[in-house]
Design a binder for this molecule. Structure first.
Ligand SMILES: Nc1ncnc2c1ncn2[C@@H]1O[C@H](COP(=O)(O)OP(=O)(O)OP(=O)(O)O)[C@@H](O)[C@H]1O
Length: 890
């Protein structure tokens, strides 16, 4: 079959448009204005897609591709999705990274007809649905924030670039700002985990930024133009918030202002006429959080495992929250732990309180688990996308707030909890009872068809409803009367085209066409097996019922709008309430985990200490527990910049040990109790890791290259306040290269970075470094070896491993016996050779890294001659002579 390239939707100025049908002409124009989106074009009960959109969507959604009419002599490809199932299809398209423009009919078809038989119903795009701007429950993951990130770039005073970051979650109204240099951008994006990134097109084209964005994962939405200068950006913000000055917004930098304005621009571009109730942007520039780069975040599997699953991540073990908002906050806390010991202490007090008061914790959690997702309901209401259930959610949340306040009445709670309780006590009781008084018990999802306002709430509504219902009874009576009158089997039915009509079989219907019945019954339609009639009485009733039903619905919708208005008038208070619920949920959930898993309160202070006694890996321990196995707890002491070099056999637990210490520090700073008997952590400013092997083939980097890039970042950035964990550096290359790199890395960490660090390695030669580096300690994994039967005890002890047991692990893994036997022979040979020329002698021959650095540059004749030259004291002639002299020396 000939398959010509599908006709692309022509440009609006194409002369083709002139020859298109009026409807296709309208389509072409709207599509051109939304070229980067799939266009859902409303036609009756369907959203239709045409031209290349139809091909994309039919492939992505697995729906049938048809055609409709011709354009320029070619069939127009078309596919469609029913309006009531649109959300399912939207979800699939969004998950695939598409953006969808929803185009509705914005006038009654009857109106269009008045303009002439051929005129098309007016249509317009009412909303762009994009991955970062969705609000519907059906499209959202309740436990994850759904933010887009707007980026803008401005010159700083020192001439360098500063990036402004605005993170907006329309589904909850959260709006935060930040600023960073290009080098910090990837880590910032990893922390914020946006679902979509928005930036001016010119910025997206920048080579180095483009590479960062492409590597960061989420789909990118380029905006046609920049937001303009500082004044234009400020004006956009003021217009959106309807304020005359930005003074109330705190000090915003130029790049933050530009990013905030870009975000608002995108909100307006996607939400069109609707204006979401966004919180005022909150600058987090002064925020003090633990810096974790993207690689470390991924390697430590904080909120997701390396394979992308939530299950098996740190979050999946820690998150025992009972509300979606609590789960979202928990993810945020783990993603951005604090570096402020006072704040951390206050949060730990709150967790401690809920551990001590398990009675209050149980009541609170029972109540919270019934509370709705207030933030998301509120957001939908503000976008006119809310339904009766969203309104009910506000009422239920307000009632729950009062109940919580009562629960804590007279209780002496720590500051972090007491402030939330004050918020609860102020919850608007009048609004809660107004909502409860107005809405029925069981509510429809959609407000479109009414039937959600209680009887007795509004006299006018009740009257219209009883008229509507009475008329329906009259219809039933009428059917009986007509049946009796004619002696025929007939039924009164309804459709949108005929309204009410009588239907009977063809044979019986014939009788109504003849006297005396033809005086009363008017023939309307003959079907294959039935005939349809109407009567004057039916037509009159139809009008009465329709108008009563219309009046009832209009009244219900008016009452709905009035309630929404009342809710939105206190949107700010309600959002604070939603946040307060999330925080209490988070604290009580952390108390729950601490108790369930026997975690203890860490001490976090401003020192450079790091002492963990009886530490465990939270995720490995939980997984062993389900298999009925115990986890062997281990200590770790890195006080004052100590570096632990861990050697030991494969499978003995080195990686687990490295990660658990990083995770314990991170949990402590996130305000959680920790899996250890005791932990004292001098607050960590940056957490670095180089663990696991992964390649980044998309960016043309091999496993070893990735390893070196990450190691370089660590050596360039780590400070004495940082915590560094390095797993098997130098493994991915030839032995001597790898050993040399690992050796120099440890020296650099010890002498230059002076960070607290743990280094796991199979290069046993490195343990010799302890002789030279005073803050280096050797640790090893305890192994028992009974007559060739090796048992890993997973216990970390002081000292160095003498062998790897690699061949033993290979045997356990099922390598053929002949290969294992041969490996033993080769190993014995190699070990004998090593004993004749041990690498340990190197330690005495090589100068230390720092001294090496001092020794550079080496002296030579050319350098000596250069040093003697003083250009300020020379005539041009002397200078020329000196130049010839230098050249000669060279
Ligand atoms: N402290 C512990 N208590 C009990 N089991 C542990 C402990 N540490 C590790 N394990 C178990 O041992 C397995 C191997 O641990 P891990 O991956 O940390 O070893 P490794 O020494 O880093 O190995 P390799 O050198 O091969 O990477 C883990 O999957 C876990 O089930």
């Amino acid at each position: 079959m000939k398959h010509a390239a599908p006709p692309l939707a022509p440009k609006p100025d194409d002369k083709a448009q002139a020859r298109a049908t009026p409807m296709i002409a309208q389509y072409i124009e709207i599509k051109a204005a939304n070229a980067d989106c799939l266009l859902f074009y409303r036609m009756g009960d369907f959203y239709e897609l045409f031209f290349e959109d139809a091909l994309t969507a039919s492939r992505a959604l697995g729906i049938m591709l048809t055609k409709r009419g011709k354009h320029m002599g070619e069939d127009i490809p078309m596919c469609g999705v029913p309006v009531e199932r649109a959300n399912d299809y939207l979800q699939k398209l969004i998950a695939l990274g598409h953006r969808v423009a929803v185009c509705e009919q914005i006038e009654d078809p009857a109106e269009a007809k008045k303009r002439g038989a051929k005129s098309v119903v007016r249509r317009d795009v009412v909303r762009l649905v994009t991955p970062g701007t969705i609000t519907e429950d059906a499209l959202l993951d309740p436990t994850r924030a759904n933010a887009f990130l707007a980026l803008a770039r401005r010159r700083a005073e020192d001439g360098g670039w500063r990036y402004g970051l605005a993170s907006v979650d329309i589904s909850t109204g959260a709006f935060t700002l930040g600023e960073c240099a290009e080098a910090e951008l990837a880590a910032a994006i990893a922390r914020l985990e946006p679902c979509e990134i928005v930036a001016a097109e010119a910025l997206c084209r920048d080579a180095s930024l483009g590479a960062i964005l492409a590597a960061s994962g989420p789909p990118i939405a380029p905006l046609g133009r920049d937001i303009g200068d500082n004044d234009a950006a400020a004006r956009r913000l003021m217009d959106f918030y309807r304020v005359a000055t930005l003074e109330g917004f705190g000090a915003l930098s130029y790049s933050e202002l530009a990013a905030a304005a870009t975000a608002i621009f995108y909100v307006e571009r996607t939400q069109k006429e609707s204006r979401p109730a966004l919180a005022r942007p909150l600058s987090q520039r002064e925020r003090v959080t633990l810096d974790i780069d993207a690689a470390t975040r991924a390697n430590l599997e904080l909120t997701r495992t390396l394979s992308g699953a939530r299950e098996g991540s740190l979050l999946s073990v820690v998150d025992m929250s009972v509300t979606p908002a609590g789960a979202r906050l928990m993810a945020e806390r783990l993603s951005a732990p604090s570096t402020d010991p006072t704040l951390i202490g206050a949060r730990l007090d709150a967790v401690g309180f809920f551990i001590a008061r398990d009675d209050l914790r149980a009541s609170l959690r029972a109540m919270l688990s019934r509370a709705p997702d207030l933030a998301r309901a509120l957001s939908r209401l503000s976008l006119q996308r809310g339904g009766p259930r969203d309104l009910a959610s506000v009422g239920v949340a307000l009632a729950a707030a009062r109940e919580t306040a009562q629960l804590f009445a007279g209780v002496e709670a720590p500051r972090e909890i007491a402030t939330e309780i004050e918020t609860f006590a102020k919850a608007d009781a009048a609004l809660a009872s107004e909502i409860a008084r107005s809405l029925k018990e069981s509510l429809p999802l959609d407000r479109r068809n009414g039937d959600f306002i209680r009887e007795g709430r509004d006299g006018e509504l009740d009257e219209a409803r009883s008229l509507r219902d009475a008329s329906r009874r009259v219809i039933a009576e009428l059917q009986g009367r007509y049946a009796e009158l004619t002696g025929l089997k007939l039924k009164i039915k309804h459709n949108n085209f005929l309204g009410f009509f009588l239907e009977l079989s063809q044979a019986q219907g014939e009788k109504l066409l003849r006297p005396p019945f033809d005086a009363t019954f008017t023939h309307r339609q003959t079907m294959a097996d039935a005939m349809r009639f109407s009567t004057r009485e039916l037509v009159e009733l139809e009008a009465k019922i329709a108008s009563a039903a219309d009046r009832a619905l209009a009244r219900e919708l008016a009452l709905f709008d009035a309630l929404v208005e009342q809710v939105l008038a206190c949107a700010e208070d309600l959002r604070r309430l939603a946040e307060a619920f999330a925080r209490l949920d988070c604290f009580s959930a952390l108390a729950e985990v601490a108790e369930k898993r026997q975690w203890t309160r860490p001490l976090v202070d401003a020192s450079l200490d790091f002492e963990i006694v009886g530490g465990r890996h939270p995720v490995v321990e939980a997984s062993l527990q389900t298999q009925g196995k115990a986890f062997a707890a281990n200590d770790c002491d890195l006080d004052g910049g100590r570096i632990a070099v861990v050697t030991g056999p494969n499978m003995a637990g080195k990686s687990t040990y490295l990660r658990q210490n990083a995770l314990i520090a991170l949990l402590a700073q996130a305000g959680s109790y920790v899996p250890a008997q005791r932990a004292r952590i001098g607050v960590v400013d940056r957490l670095f890791s180089r663990v696991g092997a992964s390649d980044d083939l998309a960016r043309g980097r091999s496993t070893f290259m990735v390893e070196m890039v990450e190691t370089a970042a660590i050596l360039n950035c780590a400070t004495p306040r940082s915590l560094v964990i390095l797993d098997e550096i130098g493994r991915g290359t030839a032995t001597f290269d790898g050993l040399s790199i690992a050796w120099a890395t440890i020296e650099h960490l010890h002498e230059v970075n002076r960070s607290r660090a743990i280094f796991a390695t199979h290069f046993h030669e490195l343990t010799q470094l302890a002789k030279r580096l005073p803050r280096l300690v050797n640790l090893t994994m305890k192994v028992t070896d009974h007559a060739g039967d090796v048992v890993f005890l997973h216990e970390v002890i002081k000292g160095a491993a003498d062998r790897s047991y690699g061949v033993h692990v290979a045997q356990l893994a099922g390598l053929p016996a002949s290969v294992v036997a041969r490996s033993h022979v080769i190993l014995a040979e190699l070990e004998a050779a090593d004993r004749r020329a041990p690498v340990e002698t190197l330690i005495d021959d090589l100068p230390l890294f720092a001294r090496l650095a001092e020794a550079v540059p080496p002296k030579d004749a050319l350098r000596d001659a250069l040093e003697e030259i003083d250009p300020d004291q020379m005539t041009p002639r002397e200078a020329l002579a000196a130049l010839y002299e230098l050249k000669k020396k060279l």
